[in-house]
Write a protein that binds this ligand. Structure first.
Ligand SMILES: [Zn+2]
Ligand SMILES: [Zn+2]
Length: 248
């Protein structure tokens, strides 16, 4: 299972990174996990623009899905178009969410571009990936994702506040890609995001082999977040970086 970070800035883009998007590959199958601002540009640095087999959206906040609008232009107006629609798995309302980004929604309501399929918590199969989704604590319907293929497991927290369901979902994963938006502070609002300390606690409780921190707000000092997590988690710990790739 190969993971490439196409964007890892939390909430708004950073100078050196776009918003949340990850390319996960197995057996030549390419899954885009979230498609935040900047993802389409980053995708072209590591892959053929059109070689995406499926998309999975954790939730419908703009910083996780809006580059699907730009990507629809790429698939519609590319010189070699038309192409068959690609499956887009997302929470209820995904298609309407994308259509609302258009002043005049396309006549085909994007259906010739995206085959949108609603997902909820539980088990799914996407290409070679066995997919498990668990609902997180976040202001909108949000799913953390566990992808398993070839005996390897990657869990992605999506956006969440402290959430025992994340620990359960991530249990024993080879990698937990976990959000750590802000430094630890008693005034952080609950049910929104994790601090570095909380991300470390989730990684330790889930006994994951490696923990990669992501979705840091651009105003957050990465060294602070890393130190907070290191105080809780003593496995392999790292920060997500734009264009970083690794094989599980
Ligand atoms: Zn976010
Ligand atoms: Zn969010």
């Amino acid at each position: 299972v190969r993971l490439t970070v196409l964007g890892c800035a939390g909430t708004w883009p950073a100078p050196q990174s776009g918003c949340s998007s990850y390319l996960v590959e197995q057996d030549g199958f390419r899954l885009l996990l979230d498609v935040g601002n900047g993802a389409v540009g980053a995708l072209q640095r590591v892959s053929d623009l059109l070689a995406v087999d499926a998309v999975l959206l954790s939730h419908l906040h703009a910083d996780h899905c809006l580059d699907l609008v730009a990507y629809s232009y790429a698939r519609r107006y590319h010189p070699e178009a038309p192409f068959p629609p690609i499956p887009v798995y997302g929470p209820a309302g995904t298609l309407d969410r994308l259509l609302r980004a258009f002043d005049h929604p396309p006549e085909d309501s994007l259906r010739s571009i995206y085959d949108v399929r609603t997902v909820t918590a539980g088990s799914h199969q996407i290409g070679p990936f066995a997919v498990q989704l668990a609902q997180m604590f976040h202001p909108v319907e949000t799913y953390a994702v566990r992808l398993t293929a070839a005996g390897r497991s990657l869990t992605y927290s999506a956006d969440t506040g402290v959430c025992p369901e994340l620990v359960k979902l991530a249990d024993g994963s080879d990698l937990l890609l976990c959000e750590a938006t802000w430094p630890d502070n008693p005034t952080n609002p609950p049910g929104l995001h994790l601090s570095g300390r909380e991300a470390g606690e989730h990684g330790r409780a889930a006994d994951v082999a490696a923990l990669m921190l992501t979705h840091l707000a651009p105003t957050t000092d990465p060294a602070v977040i890393l130190a907070e997590a290191a105080g809780q988690y003593d496995g392999e710990l790292s920060l997500a970086e734009q264009d970083r790739a690794l094989t599980l």
